[in-house]
Ligand binder design. Structure first.
Ligand code: GLU
Length: 297
């Protein structure tokens, strides 16, 4: 799927997709592929493409990266219709400006009993459940669960979502068909609110995708498992679950996936070496690799 991308998407249908970059580093070829796919899908549906800056991690995100993201998108010819400097009726479009909305959803989860406060540290959890580290996090064993009943809804403690153990969460992925994960086996109780007073990634993304009326989420395959968690939040708040499309990750020659933390070669560096956007896309396509997921058909 090479070729030049041009123009905004069009806003003629009810399709609403989004680009959701985190400005914590320079974009790499994996982002190029994901954002191109989001653009192509929104474009072919004559829908609206929204740009939302996911900058809730104030320690890692920086204005210069935000600027670089916008510049790199422009260089690749990936345009959006709403958000970023374009504004729109579902703003603000910077996640750090949406804390009130995140808190509103968080409080509704407390009210309906889906979340509970927990001060257990990573060390304590691992001591109880050695070796159970999943998806870069710890597996949260049930005996750490508490009832939120009668607990003041303080925002200065960690809160977790109580997953329905044994429930199979199934979704149809636009790229790879049916995907499923089992709650309590493939993932445990996950963070909803941080004691620092900010939302977790899962909560912020779902709250914002609901508020921005997103109908299809296009993102990297590293977030496949997160999708299962997020579906549980949609259900808990009674919102319509969007469609999902997870784009295969781009890997180094060694097989390791590109990442900001591993300081993988950035789109900017390739551009400075004289690469064209088409060459970046071609290289990314060549290096794309599917991640393995359970229950795939
Ligand atoms: N902001 C996330 C990232 O850059 C993507 C989140 C999402 O698409 O849900 O990895």
């Amino acid at each position: 799927m090479g070729g030049k991308l041009t123009g905004v998407v069009g806003r003629q249908s009810g399709y609403r997709g989004r680009l959701a970059p985190t400005p914590s580093g320079m974009l790499h070829a994996g982002h190029a592929r994901t954002f191109r796919e989001a653009w192509v899908r929104a474009h072919s549906e004559k829908g609206t493409l929204v740009l939302r800056m996911e900058d809730i991690d104030r320690e890692r995100c920086r204005p210069e990266y935000e600027e670089a993201v916008l510049e790199d998108l422009a260089w690749m010819g990936i345009r959006w219709d709403e958000g970023g400097f374009r504004g729109g009726e579902y703003g603000p479009y910077r996640q750090s400006d949406r804390l009130k909305e995140h808190e509103r959803v968080f409080r509704s989860l407390i009210k309906s009993g889906f979340v509970y406060p927990s001060d257990a540290s990573r060390k304590e959890i691992l001591a109880e459940n050695p070796g159970r580290e999943i998806d870069g996090g710890v597996f949260f064993p049930g005996n750490f669960r508490k009832s939120a009943a009668g607990y003041t809804p303080r925002t200065d403690v960690n809160w977790r979502f109580r997953v329905p153990d044994g429930r199979r969460v199934v979704f149809k992925d636009g790229e790879r068909g049916t995907v499923s994960y089992v709650a309590g086996e493939d993932f445990g109780d996950f963070l909803i609110w941080r004691k620092s007073g900010s939302p977790s990634y899962e909560l912020a993304v779902v709250a914002d995708d609901i508020a921005m009326k997103i109908t299809e989420v296009v993102r990297g395959e590293d977030l496949l498992l997160s999708t299962a968690r997020q579906i549980l939040i949609y259900e808990a708040v009674g919102a319509r679950v969007p469609r999902f499309c997870h784009v295969p990750l781009v890997c180094e020659e060694s097989g390791a996936r590109l990442s900001k933390t591993a300081k993988s070669v950035s789109i900017r560096e390739l551009r400075e070496k004289g690469w064209t956007p088409e060459e970046v896309f071609e290289w990314a396509d060549h290096r794309a690799k599917l991640v393995e997921v359970p229950g795939e058909s």
